[in-house]
Design a protein around this ligand. Sequence first.
Ligand code: NAD
Length: 352
Amino acid sequence: MIPNLNIVPFVSVDHMMKLVLTVGVERFLSELAGYVEEDFRRWEAFDKTPRVASHSAEGVIELMPTSDGRNYGFKYVNGHPKNTREGRQTVTAFGVLADVATGYPVLMSEMTILTALRTAATSAVAAKHLARPDSRRMAIIGNGAQSEFQALAFKALLGVTELRLHDIDPDATEKCARNLGGLGFAITACRSAQEAVEGADVITTVTADKQCATILTDNMAGAGVHINAVGGDCPGKTELHRDILLRSDIFVEYTPQTRVEGEIQQLAPDHPVTELWRVMTGAAPGRRDARQITLFDSVGFATEDFSALRYVRDRLAGTRLYQELDMLADPDEPRDLFGMLLRAAALGAVPA
Ligand code: NAD
């Protein structure tokens, strides 16, 4: 993309927004979902490790690395539910894609917007394999930063056109309904989660609270529903009543990470779950019948960020939607790093 290998393209928030708007949000989500699924299908090519998490009383900061042997990627991401009360995002992120052969970074990007897009694309890819194919009505419980992206991904990939929204903060629901107005949805704002799930084919839970919450009680998950559980993604942070888990067929990204972070932290460590890649490659069944309850216990895995960075790198080609970062030292003689410093001094590089 950029001939000078010592210049790293950097996609700022502003450039990411322009890229998404140029491509179109739904098309971006569909294309990104293609990359996510492609990488799940070649699961065994990836170097996999649970993310490295640093927990505090207020939240978590995590590093999410992976490699397919050609490229290496990682994301820095936080999760701080209290942040919104102080006017900040719950989740912010940035990431790097690198060339394994040289170890040089080939892309650096904001990933706050990209995480919302990749999380939604992954949820919709999972639902494509797990929800009933005639699913049109989705309940979204938790109407914060992720919610509109979830709605649009399910519209783009599954044809969801009816939304039932609920949040403990009615302003969040009002914001979500307003943002999605005119985008082809019939939207109902609901006073309770119970009301929101009425007649829903898909239930998305995407709340933020640093505790084991019960957003869905057992009676709220009817036969045939697909549950897209996105908000429970840390030890001690879950959204579903345990009894729902016991009635569901559970699908996960990477089992060792989800056992610690997902809804299944409430279950015995040997409770059976199916990894999504096995469904996508045909190694395991997804939905078997119309009455089964399927649950995608989403926590977010490093390959999804890798796919997102790969997609952005490919999509940037031919655009100017990046800045060139001078972040790799490049002396004429590679071992003369100090000499480069001396030459800069001789050329008057020292600020007055
Ligand atoms: P956000 O803070 O912007 O929105 C969360 C919303 O949940 C808020 O509007 C809040 O009022 C609402 N809420 C809290 N408790 C509720 C309850 N009991 N019932 C109904 N609504 C409730 O956060 P966000 O950026 O939208 O993220 C939402 C969650 O998704 C977070 O927990 C985050 O960690 C998680 N997340 C998961 C993934 C993944 O890959 N699985 C990726 C990104 C974010």
